[in-house]
Design a protein around this ligand. Structure first.
Ligand code: MG
Length: 331
């Protein structure tokens, strides 16, 4: 990454408690931690970026990201090179976005609510939680599975599908937590729901590539890879090994957005851009990236963005589209 002028670099860490603990297969998640980056050039132009690590998905930890930011000089000298290791993908993303935002005046407008999927609470709570999200315009919902016995969850799914209006679509996310038998049960069940299940995400663990491929050939319900493809190198490997299903892109932990765009330019893939609970700064970067990728992938299915996560976070000012105000909150 290079830049041609002297920049002032600053950063501030944030911590946000989730309104409700997020129960995942990796355990309970209570706080989102991250870092806001700010670069200012000699002409007073400002670029904000965000580092939002997700260590259990293979990114650096918040402590490692903070250690990196602390050793970046406050004055970045003319034409210097900022070397960021590939072991720091969230930092790589944050710095590239911040430097890009220095010269980027216009952001893509926020999309309508129906262009985002909304994350439902895990388990039986989903059966009633969808209606408020439907009322504010969401039409695609995401539900984490693999946290209760298959028979119990399939019964909940049947109830959920009876209650959801016909225009609704459901994404299921197993976070790699099913065994092969359970995956067959789920996919068989989903195939009988006449395409109301948009896809099932990561039914098996990342080391089960051959089994995942077999499942994708056997069932009509599409399968999306997420944990299997947390880095751009993993994404490329899966593409060259023959994965033609969906790729979930958690761009904020995938490293350089420009390298991702370069790959997609040459290799048309079916993607879903997905949030890792960023502030408005990271969120806007994902919207811009999604719009750019859509123009690079004109024939790919138009999948709604996995960004419907704001209802999980507090009203703490970090979703403010006025980024200077957002920054001031962190003093
Ligand atoms: Mg997932």
């Amino acid at each position: 990454m290079s830049y041609k002028q002297s920049l002032l670099f600053e950063f501030r860490a944030y911590q946000r408690p989730f309104r409700q603990t997020l129960n995942t297969r990796y355990g309970a998640w209570t706080h989102r931690e991250g870092i806001i980056l700010k670069v200012t050039d000699g002409q007073g132009r400002i670029g904000f970026g965000e580092v939002a690590p997700l260590p259990w998905f293979g990114s650096e930890t918040q402590a490692q990201a903070l250690a990196f930011c602390t050793q970046v000089p406050q004055r970045l000298s003319l034409c210097s090179e900022l070397a960021i290791l590939s072991t720091l993908p969230a930092c790589t993303f944050g710095f590239e976005v911040a430097l890009g935002n220095l010269t980027r005046d216009i952001h893509c407008a926020d999309l309508k609510t129906d262009r985002y999927s909304a994350l439902l609470p895990t388990g039986q709570a989903a059966l009633s939680a969808w209606s408020g999200l439907w009322a504010i315009g969401h039409r695609t919902f995401k539900w984490k599975i693999g946290v209760a016995p298959v028979a119990v969850e399939l019964a909940w799914l049947s109830q959920l599908m009876e209650r959801l209006p016909l225009g609704a679509k459901l994404r299921l996310d197993a976070n790699g937590g099913l065994d092969e038998l359970a995956a067959h049960h789920w996919l068989d069940h989903c195939d009988r729901l006449s395409h109301r299940i948009e896809f099932i995400e990561q039914p098996l663990p990342p080391d089960s590539f051959k089994e995942l491929l077999k499942l994708s050939h056997r069932y009509s319900t599409p399968i999306a890879l997420d944990e299997s493809v947390t880095t751009l190198d993993q994404l490329k490997t899966h593409y060259f090994r023959g994965w033609r299903g969906i790729y979930v892109i958690k761009a904020a932990i995938m490293g350089s957005p420009s390298r991702l765009k370069q790959f997609c330019r040459d290799h048309p893939i079916d993607i879903v851009i997905s949030s890792v609970f960023e502030t408005d700064i990271g969120r806007q970067a994902l919207i811009d990236l999604a719009v750019e990728l859509q123009s690079l992938l004109p024939n790919a299915p138009r999948r709604v963005l996995g960004l419907g996560t704001q209802q999980w976070l507090p009203n703490d000012g970090l979703d403010d589209p006025d980024w200077e105000a957002l920054w001031q909150r962190l003093t």
